[in-house]
Ligand binder design. Structure first.
Ligand SMILES: Nc1ncnc2c1ncn2[C@@H]1O[C@H](COP(=O)(O)OP(=O)(O)OP(=O)(O)O)[C@@H](O)[C@H]1O
Length: 744
């Protein structure tokens, strides 16, 4: 055997008494090797998880041995585990590499499934023009309102959606407003509301209570909309805005309601709490009902709440103006709205790529005009948004994400990134892991603070399982910061206007094109540029076609290109013994460095029982969230397609936890016994609970219980609004609540 084949590496373990050396290079007899390869192939082909135990592959100590004092993983001085001389049997990353004898690969690059070629159908994306040349002063608005827009908001010309919506809403019409993310929809409804209320003949009194009710899906969005309304009301001090969003003591919110709020902004859950428990809340003077992110608000999780709210409003007042807005008003929502709104106007910014003479590209469509499904389900994407996808085998997901973060935030200046995960546990796990490893431990900034120096970057996290105070602080901190990484769930996907975000990363794919649009829409706002990256496993590559069917165009970045950033910093270099030469920068060197990084993660996770259990919990949460993808995507995202051992590696675990495998097997058996319908109802019920916990009002104690039992927002919670009709029929909450037919 060639000397280079016998690689003995010293693996420094925190508490190991003596250096541990292991040899994996002994050539196995050819037959045994063929058998092993055949077994692995069988597992790959059947998509089943191989036995959890993979000692021959994982040159690691069991968690127990390394457990003890929690140690910090750092790059310097860490060596990867033993590199096996065995040739990689598969893996897209291996494809272009010459199979030279003596090449050293680590288990990270072995037995991965082929990375499929992405055959992306080229589609023409829907494009909207953001700005118009028309100024606000051309509108028939109060001069003080115009000067506030100009001097306080520092805006002079209208965006397309504002130009079209404001006059229509000032005429008193109901409207459905759809325009791309970051195109100024908030002002499109706030300006008409303020204009109409300040112009009322009998001057509004605070004690009159709400004249306008604005419902939004998340607390951060409520706060953001409140701040916009507050600015517009500067010259009209007699009109009082207020926000109900949880996190505040119920008593003080009640007191504010008692004193009077004229423009009330709330999340549905919080408002329902007050309808049920606050005597002084009245809706007799409501003139405006705005549903921002209407497709989300009318979605499964809020159905019951919306019913309670609308019943309460309808009981006291009739004849108000209703406005529904979203970047993704789907056919389902539009149909529902068509039968519910009073002679509504459907406003959508014309597709710039359409022929102007085409009648379909009319600026304002009357609600009665025929609309095709594709017209409503193909969403506009900001012109300045470059979308990318990378296909990464499960084992390499974690290092690829880390390398991408480092590439953008460590080696480039002023990069601000948002990374979406499918559950709170995933956010927590990655936040702690990256904070302790990528920032080098001692240099890590205090939690919730980004370092100010441009050479450094920091991590923040946002999800529904955090205390409201901390959520608000993080939201404001990230809004103000110039650089850094926000790890979050979909609680940050809708409506948030976080300035200067340069990259959106989707570590877990969203379950609908609408949610994809909203996530990437946190960048490239109001005519700016931005980029997005979707990370998919090889078995998920078909998702790109699913996006293409909604006119979403996405280009590929190769995993190798992402990992190559590790060659920029020698802290990822494998420490070598004696006079072993390091490789020239090439595929092998990149693999070695990726392995160093993975080793840092694994050492961190395995440095204490608590961390191992945290990683297992995160893995379990990932699997649960994975199981909630909607039926139409199950052929792409199915738990059965996951290779547990490989996925475990992306949580820094050296083996697939046994109890998890047992859990999934049990689940599979149980599923076989259950009739289809029952299974569907149960999963819908669970989805509702998950969604409600993520967007909860912050008051109910039952929500806390749900949170403990389930992750906060699985991708399946992002159900397309087109399912609204079906959902009503199935009553997923098991209650009797139904949206009244004439509910708005
Ligand atoms: N006329 C304008 N001129 C300049 N900037 C504007 C104008 N109107 C809005 N903006 C700014 O554009 C940004 C995006 O606006 P807004 O949040 O209302 O977008 P949106 O369409 O509601 O996005 P989303 O669909 O993501 O909720 C905000 O920072 C807002 O202040």
């Amino acid at each position: 055997m060639a000397a280079t084949d016998r690689v003995l590496l010293h693996v420094p373990e925190p508490r190991a008494a003596a250096p541990r050396t292991r040899t994996f290079s002994r050539p196995r007899p050819a037959r045994a090797r063929r058998q092993a390869e055949a077994t692995k192939r069988r597992y790959r082909e059947s998509s089943e998880a191989p036995p959890a135990k993979r000692r021959s592959e994982a040159s690691c100590l069991p968690a127990k041995k390394t457990a003890g004092k929690e140690t910090q993983g750092t790059f310097q001085g860490k060596a990867p585990k033993t590199f096996s001389p065995k040739k990689s049997s598969a893996g897209g990353s291996d494809r272009n590499q010459e199979r030279k004898p003596g090449i050293k690969t680590s288990s990270l690059f072995k037995n991965n499934p082929e990375i499929p070629e992405l055959h992306r159908p080229v589609v023409k994306q829907v494009q909207e023009k953001v700005f118009t040349s028309d100024a606000f002063h051309e509108l028939d608005l109060h001069p003080h309102l115009i000067s506030t827009i100009n001097s306080v908001l520092k805006m002079s010309s209208m965006t397309s959606v504002q130009k079209q919506s404001i006059p229509v809403l000032l005429e008193g019409r109901d409207a459905l407003v759809r325009s791309q993310t970051g195109s100024g929809k908030t002002l499109a409804y706030c300006i008409p509301v303020v204009q109409s209320l300040q112009a009322m003949e009998s001057k509004i009194q605070r004690a009159d209570g709400p004249y306008a009710l604005i419902l939004v899906p998340t607390r951060e969005l409520a706060l953001q909309s409140f701040e916009t309304v507050q600015k517009l009301l500067k010259p009209f001090t007699w009109i009082v805005p207020g926000v109900l969003m949880g996190g505040e003591k119920r008593k003080s919110e009640k007191a504010r309601i008692r004193k009077g709020i004229n423009i009330l902004i709330s999340t549905p859950g919080r408002l329902v709490d007050h309808i049920k428990s606050t005597k002084n809340i009245h809706f007799s003077r409501i003139r405006w009902l705005i549903l921002d992110e209407a497709d989300r608000i009318l979605d499964l999780g809020f159905e019951k709440d919306i019913t309670v709210i609308l019943n309460a409003i309808n009981a006291e007042c009739q004849g108000r103006q209703n406005v529904l807005l979203s970047a993704t008003l789907t056919e389902g929502v539009a149909r529902l709205a068509d039968i519910s709104l009073h002679n509504p106007v459907s406003i959508s910014v014309p597709d710039e790529s359409h022929d102007r003479s085409d009648p379909k590209s009319r600026v304002v469509l009357e609600a009665s005009a025929p609309r095709t499904g594709s017209e409503l389900d193909s969403f506009a994407i900001p012109a300045g948004l470059d979308q990318h996808v990378t296909v990464v085998p499960s084992k390499l997901r974690l290092v690829s994400l880390a390398a991408f973060i480092l590439q953008k935030c460590k080696f480039e200046r002023d990069q601000k990134m948002v990374v979406f995960f499918s559950s709170c546990e995933l956010v927590e796990f990655h936040y702690n892991l990256f904070l302790q490893t990528l920032l080098g431990g001692s240099g890590a900034p205090a939690q919730g603070r980004l370092p100010s120096a441009s050479t450094q970057f920091g991590f923040l996290r946002l999800h529904g399982d955090m205390e409201q105070e901390e959520r608000t602080a993080v939201f404001q901190e990230f809004s103000r910061s110039k650089a850094g990484v926000l790890l979050c769930t979909d609680v940050a996907a809708r409506g948030l206007d976080l300035p200067q975000v340069t990259w959106i990363v989707q570590y877990n794919a969203p379950a609908s094109p609408a949610e994809y649009i909203h996530r990437i829409g946190r960048t490239a706002r109001i005519g700016c540029r931005g980029s997005s990256l979707l990370i998919l496993a090889p078995s998920e590559a078909e998702y790109v076609n699913s996006l293409a069917s909604h006119k979403i165009n996405i280009s590929e970045i190769k995993m190798e290109d992402i990992l190559s950033v590790l060659t920029k910093d020698d802290c990822f270099k494998r420490s070598r013994r004696g006079n072993q030469k390091s490789h020239a920068v090439g595929p092998q060197e990149i693999r070695e460095r990726a392995t160093v990084l993975q080793t840092v993660f694994e050492d961190y996770v395995h440095s204490s029982e608590r961390r191992v259990s945290g990683a297992k919990k995160a893995l379990q949460s990932f699997i649960r969230a994975y199981a909630t993808y909607p039926r139409e995507l199950k052929h792409i995202f199915h738990v059965r397609l996951l290779h547990l051992g490989h996925v475990a590696k992306s949580f820094g675990l050296r083996d697939a936890p046994k109890n998890l495998s047992a859990l999934s097997v049990k689940k599979k058996k149980a599923n076989l016994k259950r009739p289809d319908l029952q299974r569907r109802t149960q999963s819908r019920h669970r989805l509702a609970e998950i969604l409600r916990s993520e967007y909860s009002s912050g008051m109910e104690t039952s929500v806390a219980k749900v949170k403990k039992q389930s992750e906060c927002a699985g991708p399946g919670s992002q159900r397309p609004a087109s399912a609204v009709g079906k959902k009503q029929a199935q009553k997923p909450h098991g209650g009797t609540a139904r949206l009244p037919r004439k509910y708005l």
